[in-house]
Design a protein. Structure first.
Length: 340
């Protein structure tokens, strides 16, 4: 427990130093320009979304295409808490420095958004994950559209006009602190006994059930964790963008997140990070040829699927002390035996 606390404290300190450097607080006059800083910050939000989706799609072997729906729940719920209760929370902590009050608002709002996203994930996952096949994909697709249409008809959070007036409470520091915690959490999950359960469910669900594994419970827990992290990403997006509209959470947004994990490699945390960074980097670079932007991006994806269908990293990890096995443990041994 102490090691985990020290690890989180170390991550917070490192992110704080980098945040001070990129914003110019550490060295006056030396800061990252606004546009590159925005791209880098959005890349951090994409990392949270990609790593969390890979937990259910890559490590558990299910197929969810409604991640944008959970992101929308977290975004609107967090923004609502900050707008309605933010001033009260800061007033209650008026005796402390202003940064303490702002941090409290962020934490309370993100916690509320994450809890709502988790509850939605549980309600969607329990009935659909009892079934096998593509039922989860169909249910999550419908769920994402239901959430979007529902938000459009709630005037308290802007409705079709969009939700404005959201305070700017999160930037580079908060985003990458949350991204680092997301990677740490998923890394620990896949290296635990529960992670082995997820691998068993992915590789052969029937065999896992025969060995006494409660596959439905494992899938639901994985799905709820993934939904919770998507809600956190949504809340950070709301606080950074300061404006929300349902156009940011359409079906295409879910497809973008799936593309990220496919680019990097299913079953690879490092691949998710790489895919998230490459996705926004390439799409922004192609703005120079706006007319052919989507055509060129689609062509790059086709070429990737032809020459590297398993993704850039496949199931490999980079920079971690132990490789996460995204295959059946015995498969690597059999491959080595065949090579000999």
């Amino acid at each position: 427990m102490l090691r985990k606390i020290l690890a989180v404290a170390g991550i917070a300190a490192a992110v704080a130093v980098v945040n001070a450097l990129v914003t110019g607080a550490l060295i006056p006059g030396v800061a990252v320009p606004p546009y590159p800083l925005r791209v880098v910050t959005l890349a951090g939000i994409n990392i949270i979304l990609a790593v969390s989706l890979n937990l259910i799609n890559g490590f558990t072997g299910q197929f969810s295409i409604g991640h944008a729906g959970f992101m929308a729940i977290g975004a609107y719920a967090s923004a609502w808490v900050a707008v309605v209760f933010g001033a009260r929370i800061e007033a209650a902590l008026a005796f402390a420095p202003p940064t303490v009050g702002e941090s409290a608002v962020v934490l309370v709002a993100l916690a509320f958004g994450a809890l709502l996203a988790a509850a939605a994930g549980f309600l969607v996952g329990v009935p659909s994950l009892r079934l096998r096949g593509d039922y989860l994909a169909i249910v999550t697709l419908g769920f994402g559209e239901i959430i979007r249409v529902l938000i459009l008809n709630i005037d308290a959070i802007g409705g079709a006009r969009g939700y404005s007036g959201i305070p700017n409470l999160a930037g580079f520091g908060w985003v990458y602190f949350a991204a680092a915690l997301t990677v740490l959490l998923v890394y620990n999950i896949v290296h635990s006994s529960f992670g082995r359960t997820l691998f068993a469910v992915r590789e052969d669900e029937i065999a896992a059930e025969a060995m006494g594994v409660n596959t439905t419970r494992a899938k639901v827990i994985s799905f709820v964790i993934s939904s919770t992290l998507a809600g956190v990403a949504g809340g950070l997006f709301a606080f950074y963008n300061m404006y929300l509209h349902t156009n940011s959470f359409t079906f295409l947004r879910s497809i973008d997140i799936i593309i990220m994990i496919v680019i990097g490699g299913l079953g690879s945390i490092a691949g998710s990070i790489l895919g998230a960074v490459l996705h926004i980097s390439v799409t922004e670079a192609l703005r120079a040829v706006e007319k052919y932007r989507l055509v060129l991006f689609g062509l790059l994806l086709v070429l990737l699927m032809i020459f590297r269908p398993q993704g850039i990293l496949g199931n490999r990890e980079i920079g971690l002390r132990r490789r996460m096995r995204a295959v059946v443990p015995g498969r690597e041994k059999r491959r080595d035996a065949e090579t000999r």
